[in-house]
Design a protein around this ligand. Sequence first.
Ligand SMILES: Cc1cc2nc3c(=O)[nH]c(=O)nc-3n(C[C@H](O)[C@H](O)[C@H](O)COP(=O)(O)OP(=O)(O)OC[C@H]3O[C@@H](n4cnc5c(N)ncnc54)[C@H](O)[C@@H]3O)c2cc1C
Length: 445
Amino acid sequence: MDFTRRAVLKAAIASFVTSISGQATARGGQGKKVIVIGAGIAGLAAAHTLRSLGAEVIVFEAESYIGGRIRTDHSMGAPFEYGAGWIHGPSRANPVKKLAMQVDAPTFITDDDSLELQNMQRQPVNEADYQWIDDQYEALLRKLEQQGRRWGDRSIYQVIQDVAPVLLNDPRAQWMLSAFIEFDLGAGIEEISAAHAFADDKYRGEDVILPKGYDGILTPLVEGLDIRLNTPVSRVFYGDEGVLVEGEHADYAVCTASLGVLKAGNILFDPPLPDAMRNAIEGIGFGTVTKIALKFERAFWDVHTQYFGIMTEPKGRWNYWINYRTFSEENILLGLSFGHYAPVADAMSKPAMTADALEVLRSVWGRAVERPSAVLATHWSQEPNFRGAYSYPQAGGTIAQYESFESPVAGRIFMAGEHTIFKYHSTTHGALMSGERAAKKIASL
Ligand SMILES: Cc1cc2nc3c(=O)[nH]c(=O)nc-3n(C[C@H](O)[C@H](O)[C@H](O)COP(=O)(O)OP(=O)(O)OC[C@H]3O[C@@H](n4cnc5c(N)ncnc54)[C@H](O)[C@@H]3O)c2cc1C
């Protein structure tokens, strides 16, 4: 922006803030005006908390819907979750579980052990293979978790090269590394930090899905909020006097745009964000995961099995399938792509992606696989307001980079979102907690 315009805007902020500065010093939310950028769960939690503490809040959301990466499509008869599908660790301490309880949302435990694994030559693996996969996975996790510091800046791939090279040439291990680790972390094992991959915290309890839709949990957060949809924020001006966002003045702003959006520089901060934060934006990884839901006239698979694993090549290509018949009446298989294949899949058109996924299914079930009657698919890395699925600890990065998001910028800009909370990153509960954290900090000023 040119200097003259900047000066005019600063003057505008100054004159506006003079009129509200007296009230802004009160404790709690009373007398404070806050702009929240993004109506995902972090933004909604921040706005809800601030409003309940008496603040005036406006939420600017670029998309035409609320929820961000919590996005449910109900058109198939059973919910298709574009984004979050599970409540991870649904103990009573988990704030997302609390929301689910508040709206009486039924939950369903997806049994990880209900798995049928096959190679692409239609040969199921035998019991000994399952055992081998379990043993290798546990041994690797133990090494990664217990000796974390030893791995320094190395990626999981580099550590495996050292400690278990056999895994890199075995199709069973390739499947395990992708369907377990690349799914969990949302990136290729070549990029994920071995030291930090499993250093986060978890709530207790077996993961559950919400068979009536994840979006239902947002209801208690949304009530009474001033949410402006289809309103992308492109510039955030801030200074001693307050903030100016899309022509709206306020005392503070909470930015919950995804790490992908921050990396792409979609939002211009003036003055620029501090070096430590820019370093974090660069140093923390942001990957993608692709989902496709295929609805069929009849089920050609064993309807009682929860998951089907397929040892595809290249690694990560539609290698994990969820059977909807275990929790709904619908003949839907939901396929997932991970690691380096996920951005490849994301870039495909819907017909191309459907053909690619059907080819994998036909490698197992042959001609029994008919054309689907409905298809829904995700392209998270292609979406300008997200640019990926979730953050991950990148090789060479530090936990301090996540922590840099905890301090407000110039006492005015507060960062929230799943990428700002290392302990619970990449989760809905982490995002929610980060929003509440920002709100409480503002209220305490
Ligand atoms: C495929 C996938 C699977 C997942 N699975 C799980 C799971 O099973 N369990 C789990 O706990 N988590 C899961 N997650 C992660 C979880 O969905 C996220 O951690 C969480 O929803 C992030 O919330 P957030 O508020 O931080 O960000 P978002 O939901 O991204 O919210 C940010 C909002 O900001 C808006 N925005 C962006 N730019 C602008 C702008 N310039 N101006 C205004 N608004 C803007 C966006 O449109 C968005 O609505 C998954 C995510 C994906 C994508």
